[in-house]
Design a protein around this ligand. Sequence first.
Ligand SMILES: Nc1ncnc2c1ncn2[C@@H]1O[C@@H]2COP(=O)(O)O[C@H]2[C@H]1O
Ligand SMILES: [Fe+2]
Length: 274
Amino acid sequence: MQTYSLPQSNPDSVVLLQITDTHLFANGSGSLLGVATKDSFHAVLNGVDTAARHFDAIVATGDISQDHTPYSYQRFADGISRWSQPCFWLPGNHDFQPTMQSILPSEQIKPHQQVLVGEHWQMILLDSQVQGVPHGEVSAAQLALLETALARYPDRHALILLHHHPLEAGSAWLDQHQLHNNHQLWNVIDKYPQVKAVLCGHIHQNLDRIYHGVRVLATPSTCIQFMPDSDDFALDDNNPGWRYLELTHDGRIITSVHRVDGDQFKPKLDAEGY
Ligand SMILES: Nc1ncnc2c1ncn2[C@@H]1O[C@@H]2COP(=O)(O)O[C@H]2[C@H]1O
Ligand SMILES: [Fe+2]
């Protein structure tokens, strides 16, 4: 397993910017349930620039593309190229890995699944995609990779990233698409007390819970948002957003979700799915 070392710019902490579920198309006017995803992605990029908060790296937690085209991934790469910070990404259920990888190698987007983050943390990016279906699973190989990385660095606080939510979020229509073998992931995590959090995308909403003594975080999409705690499919009129995670030297995570302003990206709220 290749390991990337991300230097620490501040002695007390490292800051990650999470962008997720961009659902980009090759066609610049491609839209998902009424939201033009390139425009909403760029509105999030501009929002990050307006916030002008320092971050050391970008993590993109899947569903980068909606149409599987190489150019949809190139649109993502072009969008973040305004920044010099490295980006670490992983696949969601909508991604097509051969075209996702077709735009690599890239100066900025790194293929690494293990990242030593500053002096005190590591992050491990897992592939939970099951080709052709919305739900996720972590394979035996991915679980072995996780266990190897955790066993190798017992003194580094650990952040685990994957696309699919590893617990019930509270919406039946969506929880059928969670990580189906999450018990196997939790069996590994339960053995390694240095795991501080699991960070995911997929549910297109802000989630912040403690499960098995570990913080589980999910983040709004850069396009459409799902209504929390709704057993049937329902969109939320909350705006597109992003998350900062500050990883402190003593193992704490200080995190916040931010959203674009205005009402340019209101979806077709009566949509019944896609
Ligand atoms: N009405 C629906 N009922 C169940 N699943 C849906 C519905 N609409 C969309 N989905 C799937 O649920 C997934 C959750 O978010 P995704 O962006 O991964 O893509 C979504 C679709 O694959
Ligand atoms: Fe998804």
